[in-house]
Unconditional design. Sequence first.
Length: 178
Amino acid sequence: MRAHTIGIILICSTLVFSMCTPNKPTTYRGLPDVYQTAYEQVYGHCYDSVPYAVVSLDLYSEGLELNDSTHTIQGTGYNLFLSDIFVPDSLLETGAYRSDTSGEPFTFLPGRDYEGYPHGMYILNIENDKILQIQVLDSGSFVYRNDSLLFTLHFRNSYGSHAVYTCHFHGEPICQKP
């Protein structure tokens, strides 16, 4: 009888300790690993309080394209968008960037949801020209080299767990000036 009680205590202790261990981030697999097209939108020095230039990145997975005449996204796929990337000069420069609200060079704004409208960085899931889902990305980083972009992005999935999403783009972003 005593051995039985000790066994129950050990099982209960194991369950309690396993529930108390912190959640490890899971790698998110529902999103594309590769983006086919990237646009760099150049805004210049657009904030009075920030002495650095601002650009954005707009990336499209296979199946999506930007209609230049209507400025709308068409097709089915994913659109990764990062607004307010702070650069020392006027264009995206080679280096490592991280999400931050400081407005310093080599930083970009983290994703935020303001009353149902995404800002900063987010992913649109688009099907037949219509947005099905918006996933705001909490934080992240990317490395830019003249021939590639490599992203590591973080967000809370629909279950509230922390997820990590990695993806890349090979090529030079198409530069657009307003």
